[in-house]
Design a protein around this ligand. Structure first.
Ligand code: GLY
Length: 462
């Protein structure tokens, strides 16, 4: 937890950004995975952590933006809890550690909200994503489950996003720690991977590193020789010389900040000439994107510059054809990179995605495109100092997508479908780093960059 002044300051700024009413924050509760008391690892809601710091289940808070009153609703433990969990600080002491004076039992929340509603006060809430909180909101406000998201407060969402997206110094320190754990996960996998291992062995080693230095991976580890499947969580294959292994993984550190890196390794330690060709194109796109990141440029412009490198590279080796700018404008490159260049990152690996991707990555000046590929870009707006973003270009050969485009003649003037038949078993390549936008330019998060050149990767694996 940070100093209490950090939380007080954040709440004051949030209050100033919402005109009137009451802000309601629901923390997360425990979730059973096969019976109620055998729970998933507990994870507090990130906005709750950001404004209140308290990392435990069954809490709710309100901020009355007109009177300034702040209340935590939560229960003190009883003797049964103490027997199983040990002594716990009193709720009032926990509240005081984050600068809040008033504590009420959790059961008082309903009374408080109903009384606010009776006085015609506006109660703002954030879009819920956990079923228990949907049930709670439905019971507090009588809003149908299907309408809970659309009735969430846009003013509240915008206030939260404006604060959380600009990382403070204390947060950047945590993000650097998370990046260093992510580095250790990937570097160890790079050193250990060799033909004959099962993918699952590397997943276990990487996950173990994340748990021994932080809380867990920041999302389920993606690790597969079928890297053309963008989020592949099947880890049963034996590493085989001549194949490529995509590893997309990061850590959540003890303060719950995330990292997210991707490297693509030759399973047997040496890239083939064909793999080197595509790999070098993706690495060039990554480096170009990094060189462009600075305050004032839109991330959509950086994305478009990176995919232009991809399209030009594929034209050079004969897999695409025609004019590169026309190909990119038509979205032809998206056959090979159907996802966006990156997303914001912080307490969530896709930061604040629960608040709506467009509320986080877009604004009144930058609207999301509907074009295949560009539509998957989660961050399109102008970069500011304090933004943290991932840079993750890729190139994939997805047989089902290639066949669909060929059959339907999609972008046929830019794609050499005949030549692509030889690439059906290629897999995919993605190379991802985590970047902080600074006052004048940017820097990578973490102390060291994971090896990325063909030569460095092969050297580490040797
Ligand atoms: N690195 C996984 C993702 O961004 O979805």
């Amino acid at each position: 937890m940070f100093e209490k002044e950090v939380y007080i300051r954040r709440r004051q700024k949030l209050q100033a950004s919402v005109k009137s009413g009451i802000l309601l924050f629901l923390g997360n509760s425990e979730v059973g995975f096969n019976y109620p008391s055998n729970t998933y690892r507990y994870r507090q809601d990130s906005s709750f952590l950001y404004f209140f710091g308290l990392d435990e289940p069954d809490l709710a808070t309100i901020i009355d933006v007109e009177s300034g009153e702040e209340i935590i609703f939560g229960n003190d433990v009883d003797i049964d809890d103490i027997i199983w969990m040990g002594p716990q600080p009193a709720m009032k002491d926990k509240a005081s550690a984050v600068g809040i004076k008033k504590v009420l039992p959790f059961s008082e929340l309903e009374k408080y909200i109903k009384s606010a509603a009776n006085s015609a006060r506006i109660v703002h809430y954030l879009p819920p994503y956990r079923d228990s909180n949907k049930i709670m909101l439905n019971s507090l406000f009588g809003i149908e489950f299907g309408k809970l998201k659309e009735k969430a407060s846009v003013e509240f969402i915008k206030g939260v996003v404006a604060l959380r997206e600009i990382k403070e110094k204390c947060e950047i320190e945590e993000l650097d720690i998370a990046a260093n754990i992510g580095y250790a996960m990937h570097y160890t996998a790079m050193k250990m991977a060799k033909a004959g291992m099962v993918e699952q062995e590397l997943v276990g080693i990487m996950e173990g590193i994340s748990i021994s230095s932080g809380t867990m991976p920041s999302f389920p580890i993606i690790l597969s020789q079928n890297g053309e499947t963008l989020h592949n969580h099947m880890h049963h294959q034996i590493l085989t010389d001549g194949r490529l292994l995509v590893i997309d993984a990061g850590a959540e550190n003890n303060a719950h900040y995330a990292s997210d890196f991707t490297r693509t390794l030759p399973s047997g330690g040496k890239f083939t000439e064909r793999q080197k060709e595509i790999y070098t194109i993706v690495a060039t796109a990554n480096n170009l994107a990094f060189s462009m990141i600075k305050p004032g440029i839109s991330y959509r412009a950086v994305h478009l510059a990176a995919v232009r490198v991809l399209a030009q590279g594929l034209i050079n080796i004969g897999l695409m054809k025609g004019n590169v700018d026309e190909a990119v404008a038509a979205g032809a490159h998206a056959l090979f990179m159907p996802h966006g260049l990156g997303h914001q990152m912080g307490l969530d690996v896709h930061d604040m995605e629960d608040l709506g991707e467009n509320n986080v990555g877009y604004d009144e000046n930058y609207k999301r495109s509907a074009q295949f590929g560009l539509a998957s870009l989660r961050m399109g707006k102008i970069l500011k100092p304090g933004h943290v973003i991932t840079v993750e270009p890729g190139c994939y050969f997805i047989p089902a997508l290639i066949e669909k485009w060929e059959k339907e003649g999609i972008n046929k003037e830019f794609i050499n479908f005949g030549k692509l038949k030889d690439y059906y078993n290629f897999g995919g390549i993605r190379l991802e780093d985590d970047v902080l936008v600074t006052e004048k330019s940017c820097r990578l998060l973490g102390s060291k960059r994971l090896p990325i050149t063909v030569e460095d990767v092969e050297k580490e694996m040797a």
